[in-house]
Design a protein around this ligand. Structure first.
Ligand SMILES: [Zn+2]
Length: 75
């Protein structure tokens, strides 16, 4: 038996609400790699459709955002 491996996508927003750690949001979406989808691209699509995550351009780069931060316009 081996432990499950997980795909993990973390919210990359900075969090100034005081809920995060060191000013960063700590939300993350994880998925056991033995179930489909098996890659980050597919997982991003799944959590966008089912959990409200999004991938947006902030400061000139694409970042993953949890549902809470996806709803907030870029500063
Ligand atoms: Zn977040």
């Amino acid at each position: 038996m081996t432990a499950d491996a997980y795909l993990v996508i973390r919210c990359e927003a900075t969090d100034d609400t005081g809920n995060g750690v060191d000013g960063d949001c700590v939300a993350e979406a994880s998925w056991p790699i033995r179930f489909e989808p098996h890659n980050h691209t597919e997982l991003r699509r799944l959590i966008k459709e089912q959990r409200g995550w999004d991938r947006q351009r902030r400061d000139g780069r694409l970042v993953d955002l949890c549902p809470e931060h996806a709803a907030v316009p870029a500063p």
